[in-house]
Write a protein that binds this ligand. Structure first.
Ligand code: SAH
Length: 248
C-alpha cells in the first residue's frame, strides 16, 4: 500500500507575515512576497502555503484570491506551536557586508535567540544596516523552518555591553589569543558568545573582558579563524553541547 504523500508537500512555500495569524485571520500578502508567490511560484487560488508570524507558530493556508499584486490567504489549520529556541545570544563585531550577511544567515539557521552587534575599537564597519539584517533573518527563518525569529538588538559599544551585562548569562569570549576549550567551559543557557572584528580585540578590550565576572575566554583551536568562521563555529559548538542538537 503506497504511503499517502505528506500534505502539504515539502516544496510548499513558507512565508513570514508580520500580522497575527489564527483561524479567523485572512492575511493579505502584497509587495515582494506577493510577487514571489504569484509570479515566480505562479500560485493560483487553492494552492497551499505555510505562514508564521513570530507569535503563534506555523499555519497552513491556501490562496483564497490571487490578484495581480496581492493575494488573500484563507487559514486552514495550525501546523505547529511557536518553538522555544535555546537561550543563546551571538554578540559579534560587524564585519564587511558579504561576510556579515553570512554570519546573520548562519547564526539564524543554527538557532540563536538574539543577535547583538558590538562595536569594538577595531570594528571598521561604520553603520550597521538593521533593516537589511532583519530581511536576512526573515529569509533564513523561512528557509530553515524557524517560527520564532531571532531578536536583533541595537548595536552597542563593547564597554556599554559589558557595563549592562546580565550577571546570570555566561559570556563566552572567543579569544584568538587563547582560552579554555569550549567543551570544558560549562555554559548552559542563558549564555552568549562574543567574536571580534577582522583585526581582533585590543589589549585594553581583553583586560575589560577578563575583568567582567560573567566572561569566560574560550579557544576555537590553534588557527586564526576569520570572524565569521569563529562566530559560526562557536555557535555550532555551543548548540551541540548545550543547545537543542541532542537527539529529540
Ligand atoms: N587579526 C587577529 C585575528 C582576528 S580573527 C589576529 O591576527 O590575531 C576575528 C575574531 O575571530 C577574533 O577576534 C576572535 O573573536 C575570533 N577567533 C579567531 N580565531 C580564533 C581562535 N583560534 N580562538 C578563539 N577565537 C578566535
Amino acid at each position: 500500500m503506497p504511503a499517502t504523500p505528506a500534505w502539504p508537500p515539502a516544496s510548499t512555500p513558507r512565508l513570514f507575515v508580520d500580522q497575527p495569524l489564527g483561524l479567523d485571520a485572512a492575511p493579505v500578502i502584497d509587495g515582494p512576497a506577493a510577487h514571489y508567490l504569484l509570479h515566480v511560484m505562479r500560485m493560483k487560488a487553492g494552492d497551499p502555503l505555510l505562514l508564521f508570524d513570530n507569535r503563534s507558530g506555523e499555519w497552513l493556508g491556501t490562496i483564497a484570491d490571487a490578484g495581480k499584486r496581492a493575494a488573500t490567504i484563507r487559514i486552514e489549520r495550525q501546523m505547529r506551536e511557536i518553538e522555544r529556541v535555546p537561550d543563546l545570544w551571538l554578540c559579534f563585531a560587524p564585519v564587511k557586508k558579504a561576510r556579515l550577511d553570512w554570519i546573520i544567515e548562519k547564526a539564524t539557521e543554527l538557532g540563536v535567540a538574539r543577535l547583538q552587534p558590538v562595536i569594538t575599537e577595531r570594528t571598521i564597519v561604520e553603520r550597521v544596516k538593521q533593516e537589511r539584517i532583519e530581511a536576512q533573518i526573515v529569509e533564513a527563518c523561512e528557509q530553515c523552518g524557524r517560527t520564532a525569529l531571532p531578536e536583533l538588538a541595537e548595536p552597542l559599544k563593547l564597554p556599554q555591553l559589558l557595563k549592562e551585562w546580565p550577571a546570570e548569562r555566561a559570556l563566552l569570549f572567543a579569544d584568538e589569543e587563547g582560552g579554555a576549550p569550549m567543551a570544558s567551559v560549562a555554559a548552559p543557557a542563558p549564555a552568549a558568545i562574543l567574536t571580534g572584528p577582522e583585526g581582533g580585540f585590543t589589549v585594553r578590550e581583553r583586560e575589560m573582558l577578563v575583568a567582567t565576572p560573567a566572561v569566560r575566554r574560550v579557544t576555537l583551536g590553534p588557527r586564526i579563524l576569520r570572524a565569521e568562521t569563529a562566530a559560526i563555529a562557536a555557535t555550532g559548538l555551543w548548540m551541540a553541547l548545550n543547545g537543542d542538537w541532542a537527539a529529540k
